[in-house]
Design a binder for this molecule. Structure first.
Ligand code: NAD
Length: 435
């Protein structure tokens, strides 16, 4: 059963995405921002305690038959952080660096992100500690199916809906959906999102995060009486989020002055021809060697002269070391966690307008929500409808976050957390505490 479609040009294993290993304990690092926001909201002490704890943490052993004979046992996790607003939503990653604390932190993050864009989901995350590059496609399929079976009690369109994350993709989602459906004895497409379009995936999902970034950058510029036309943008990371955002920004008239990926950076103050750069990376994989720009170090892209900086690669790239050298006036956090807590303070002192990750990259989960809605309704939308509805949600969320920040005199990041916590807390108050 390991044959079948592998969507063309989508590798079996995608490169590492957000290796979220912020401080020694990622959960506490994430929660330090939660604490600040909770204090500003004067959150009731009981609710504070509830929201600081994940609802459910599952640890499973995943035995896998190796192709060469013998069995290996992997450890898998699924954490449901909070489901007061709806089914838990969050990706599954296959990575050696997966830990329970990391999964808890990422599940909390999903809770706040879904609340910021006001979609009816709670937050979850899952992972299996493994190095998928050492697994054959058949072993990867067996691992995916056994992990799915091990956590099957929590899964379901009404309870817990996974999606792709680090080193998992459409192919893995198709196996999860199939395993779940075989247990249920009927096809259940809405149990995962980020599926291939042929089997219930949504049009526009692949572009959604980059499109969301473009939309919130447009709104931030608009607040300053400017437009995308002529805005100078630097983009770190040229993968799904960075390359799509760069293309959409370029098409809307922005000047992309620099981009980078893990091979290095390229810089052209007069503006890169993004279609040409995309042709180059399609052929050569990386930007390195691109002939019609100046080669620069990858990190230099963060500090080039520009109006907008879009970190769309890794966590912890804007730190107390380089925050003082950033020349952009707007930072749009396409990546998860690109800014450390220490850098937060420095950026604030310099008056840099930060569009925080839980707003900036929420376009992806928003279109995942659309996918779930379409699967459950059995009625599929055209791409223009998806994009139009995404735009309305991103624009509204941007306005709500910035209004909250202004009202309370806090950064946009703390404003976003406050908005999210307030929404989750409101539902807890209405529902009451089940004894
Ligand atoms: P991706 O794997 O498609 O792309 C990552 C890019 O970053 C690649 O171009 C890679 O070469 C580059 N990169 C790696 N190390 C680098 C370095 N040191 N300097 C510069 N560039 C470097 O991943 P993606 O899906 O685009 O995700 C990027 C970030 O956005 C991650 O933090 C991810 O969690 C976050 N995010 C993605 C989505 C989504 O829908 N894809 C949604 C929400 C958040």
């Amino acid at each position: 059963m390991s044959t079948g479609f592998v969507p063309s040009r989508v590798p079996m294993i995608q490169p590492d995405k957000d290796r979220f290993l912020a401080e020694e304990n990622p959960f506490e690092s994430m929660m330090s921002r939660f604490d600040l926001a909770a204090q500003r909201l004067q959150l009731d002490p009981g609710l504070y305690k509830i929201l600081r704890h994940p609802e459910k943490q599952i640890i499973v052993s995943v035995p896998v038959q190796r192709d060469a004979g013998g069995v290996d046992v992997f450890t898998g996790y699924r954490v449901l952080y909070n489901t007061s607003r709806g089914p838990a939503k969050g990706g599954i990653r296959f990575d050696l660096a997966v830990t329970l604390d990391e999964v808890k932190a990422l599940a909390a993050w999903m809770t706040w992100k879904c609340a910021v864009v006001n979609i009816p989901f709670g937050g979850a995350k899952g992972g299996v500690v493994c190095d998928p590059s050492t697994l054959s496609p058949a072993e990867l399929e067996r691992l995916t199916r056994r992990y799915t079976a091990a956590i099957i009690e929590t899964l379901g369109p009404d309870s817990d809906v996974p999606a792709p994350d680090v080193n998992t993709n459409e192919r893995v989602m198709a196996w999860i959906m199939d395993t779940y459906s075989m247990h249920k004895r009927h096809t259940v497409t809405a149990v995962v999102t980020g599926k291939p379009v042929e089997m219930g995936g949504s049009l526009g999902r692949r572009e959604a995060t980059g499109r969301g970034c473009m939309l919130v950058i447009r709104e931030a510029l608009k607040q300053r009486g400017r437009s995308l036309a002529g805005a100078r943008v630097a983009v770190q990371g040229f993968g799904n989020v960075g390359s799509i955002a760069a293309r959409l920004l370029h098409e809307a008239g922005a000047t992309i002055v620099a981009v980078s990926d893990k091979s290095g950076g390229i810089w052209e103050p007069a503006g890169l021809d993004i279609a040409d750069v995309l042709r180059w990376t399609a052929e050569h994989q990386f930007v390195e060697g691109y002939p019609r720009a100046t080669a620069v170090a990858s990190d230099d892209v963060l500090t080039v002269d520009c109006d907008v900086l879009l970190p769309a690669a890794l966590e912890n790239v804007i730190t107390s070391k380089n925050a003082g050298s950033i020349r952009a006036r707007i930072i749009c956090e396409g990546a998860n966690g690109p800014t450390t807590a220490n850098a937060d303070r420095l950026l604030e002192e310099q008056g840099i307008f930060v569009i925080p990750d839980i707003l900036a990259n929420a376009g992806g989960v928003t279109v995942s929500y659309f996918e779930w809605v379409q699967d459950r309704g059995g009625y599929f939308w055209d791409e223009a409808t998806v994009n139009d509805r995404l735009e309305r949600i991103m624009v509204r969320s941007f306005e709500e976050v910035t209004a909250m920040a202004t009202r309370h005199g806090v950064s946009n990041r703390i404003g976003a957390y406050m908005l999210a916590i307030e929404r989750v807390a409101a539902v807890h108050r209405l529902r009451g505490l089940y004894a």
